[in-house]
Ligand binder design. Structure first.
Ligand code: ADP
Ligand code: MG
Ligand code: ZN
Length: 657
């Protein structure tokens, strides 16, 4: 029952989505070519062509009288028969001769066309008087049939070739049509009167600053005269920047919906296709289209696909991409102020964009979308909860608290997963428990219960994860543990689920060091307790090293290296800089490496000390994990208390400097 309800709802939604997408595409793309599908259609037509050819050829040969059925006689025999006065009548028709004998038989023969029959027979020494006794008549052979027959050998092959070309061209027409439409834009369009697809700011939760910034654009699109009269220059381009899933695409649509204007959207990667010059002509096409239906918004999604720094040699120095980008710039420069077309673009990589795109008069307005904070997450959850039936116990505030770092898209899929879980277990309402389980699913991937571990492996993983959890609980600046599990999920064999007590935007040096120590704890446990290291901690080591390196090179957290940023954000070279080039010398590089090793070494020692000191607690945690596989916060805290480890509470942290 429940399953039906929910899955029907889901299905209906996804169907509607499909339909919408389909409609959107259909509207602007050339109709798909009709006609035979290449492949089996081609074979069928080829067979037909061959049959037609065979029929024509045999008709021809029948008409031309080759082997008309009657017996043939050679000219020499005919001469003999005439001499012996056996022949009564001869009819000559072009080069064919039909002979009537006195005994009633009829025979046919052939002669050379150019010489008269009488001459031929005379050459065979037929006496003239014998010849005179035969009635010889010559029939006119200039009729239609004659012409058809004599021209057929020339015309038939021509006809055949024409026919062949015709049906080949029908095959190619499908592909050919596409070839002609390559230059057309593939943009999808949402009309202002499209009730189904129209979304407004109300549908976008949070993102307050972004909405405020964009409401100015909405204002202009709604009432351009007011702005133009006062001589205000309206921004031509707006760049939306933000992590994937923060709602950039959604917000761009909402601007169009809010202003009630047409919305053209295309993805950067769609510009770049097989043929050179296509991208540029698509841009032209798209801008023309938008100008015709102005006021309008052109939205270029994932603009980094075409808008990367030009001529840097990165990304293969794609000429096509550059031409497309140039065309976008040209079109934007060519806008008249009264054109009322605004270009919006989205990217999650603003750092790789060509500076030319960011110049005044182009994408000079930039709107940043951050990952939602706790309050915004709750609002996003509420928006996506609108269509779902919830049980009494659902507390979205709690879910919002437990999902730091989730994007809007993550929260959407969390809601969806929860509904699917409830439906799978035949419940009509989504419960809090479904939502909590979905957090982990979205975060780390689905549980892989079928992934069997042998007893020894299970023990190692239990100690490894127990080590992370123990060290996290002992160190003052590490996030407290909410759950430990040795059920593998995604690529992880086990995991410790930690949550910050407070969501803070800044991370201190002490927190960094504690984080690194917690991350290395699994490795230390394997080495010190089992005397061997497995491949398990390899990801831990990568994370710890990266954190340590960032401390030294980005955040100035090493006393020795001082507050110098040796690497830019994301370690990206400046435009024009060579790929491998770094902002520091070999010597400095060696010093950085030494500092990184020092941080790692100290963290390893700290972790080892804690594990040694609290070995009993670790044994208890691991034993319990092997037994039940998953320990929730409460049970875990009980173990900690029984070993006199102080629990972390909000107050304690606030008192710390
Ligand atoms: P982006 O383009 O930034 O990658 P999208 O706009 O495609 O992200 O967002 C993906 C989905 O995430 C949206 O369809 C929506 O369901 C959800 N989402 C993201 N941000 C929000 C938000 N602020 N409010 C409501 N839903 C959101
Ligand atoms: Mg997007
Ligand atoms: Zn680990």
């Amino acid at each position: 029952m429940a399953e039906n309800n929910l899955s029907k709802e889901e299905r209906r939604q996804s169907e509607a989505e499909d339909r919408r997408q389909g409609d959107r595409r259909k509207r602007l793309q050339p109709k798909p070519p009709k006609g035979p599908i290449p492949g089996n259609g081609f074979l069928k037509q080829a067979v037909i062509a061959v049959i037609v050819f065979v029929v024509l050829a045999s008709t021809y040969s029948a008409l031309s009288g080759v082997g008309t059925g009657s017996e043939t006689v050679s000219i020499s025999d005919l001469a003999r028969d005439v001499t012996q006065s056996l022949v009564s009548e001869i009819v000559v028709k072009g080069d064919s001769i039909s002979v009537k004998y006195k005994d009633g038989t009829e025979k046919s023969s052939k002669k050379e066309e150019s010489t008269a029959l009488t001459t031929t027979l005379a050459n065979y020494k037929v006496p003239t008087d014998a010849l005179n006794k035969v009635k010889i008549s010559v029939e006119n052979n200039q009729g239609l049939g004659f012409w058809i027959l004599s021209l057929a050998p020339i015309i038939l092959p021509i006809l055949f070739v024409i026919f062949f070309l015709w049906f080949i061209s029908r095959q190619v027409k499908g592909a050919g049509m596409q070839a002609f439409s390559f230059g057309q834009s593939k943009a999808r369009m949402i009309r202002p009167d499209d009730k189904v697809q129209r979304i407004t700011f109300k549908d976008v939760a949070g993102a307050k600053e972004a909405k405020e910034e964009l409401s100015e654009i909405v204002d202009f699109l709604k009432n351009p005269k007011k702005f133009l009269d006062i001589g205000a220059r309206i921004p031509k381009g707006i760049l939306l920047m933000g992590a994937p899933g923060t709602g950039k695409t959604m917000l761009a649509r909402a601007v169009a919906g809010e202003a009630g204007v047409s919305f053209f959207s295309i993805s950067g990667s769609e510009f770049v296709e097989m043929f050179v010059g296509v991208g540029a002509s698509r841009v032209r096409d798209l801008f023309d289209l938008a100008k015709k239906s102005s006021p309008a918004i052109i939205f270029v999604d994932e603009i980094d696909a075409v808008g990367r720094v030009r001529g840097s040699g990165m990304g293969g120095g794609n000429d096509e991409r550059e031409q497309t980008l140039n065309q976008i710039l040209v079109e934007m420069d060519g806008f008249e102020p009264n054109e009322k077309v605004i270009v919006m673009a989205a990217t999650n990589r603003p750092d790789v964009l060509d500076p030319a795109l960011l110049r005044p008069g182009r994408f000079d307005r930039r709107v940043t979308l951050d990952l939602p904070d706790r309050k915004d997450r709750e609002e996003i959850l509420k928006i996506h909860a609108r269509k779902k039936p919830f049980a009494e116990d659902v507390n979205l505030t709690l879910i919002a608290e437990r999902t730091p770092g989730f994007s809007g898209a993550d929260l959407y899929s969390l809601m969806n997963e929860a509904a699917i879980l409830a439906a799978r277990e035949n419940r009509t309402k989504v419960g809090q428990f479904d939502l909590i389980r979905s957090i982990e699913k979205v975060m780390i991937g689905p549980e892989r219960k079928s992934f069997l571990l042998n007893k020894k492996e299970k023990e190692i993983i239990a100690y490894h994860e127990g080590g992370h959890a123990l060290v996290a609980s002992v160190l003052p600046y590490a996030d407290p543990v909410h759950k430990i599990s040795i059920i593998s999920r995604g690529r992880a064999l086990g995991y410790v689920f930690k949550l910050p007590i407070e969501e803070n935007k800044l991370q201190s040096k002490k927190e960094f060091i504690d984080d690194i120590t917690v991350t290395l704890a699994g490795y230390v446990v394997e080495k010190n307790i089992f005397g061997d290291v497995s491949t398990g901690p390899s990801n831990d080591l990568q994370v710890a090293s990266a954190l340590a390196r960032d401390m030294v090179t980005k955040y100035g957290m090493s006393d020795k290296m001082g507050p110098i940023a040796y690497e830019r954000e994301a370690g990206r070279p400046l435009p024009g800089q060579h790929f491998e080039e770094r902002g520091y010398s070999e010597e400095v590089g060696a010093k950085i490496d030494a500092e990184v090793s020092k941080i790692i070494d100290e963290a390893l020692k700290r972790a080892a000390r804690i594990i040694h000191e609290y070995r009993d607690a670790l044994d208890d945690i691991a034993k319990k994990l092997v037994e039940v596989e998953t320990i929730e916060q409460k049970e875990f805290e009980e173990i900690l208390i029984s070993h006199k480890i102080k629990l972390k509470r909000k107050k304690d942290i606030e008192h710390q400097p």
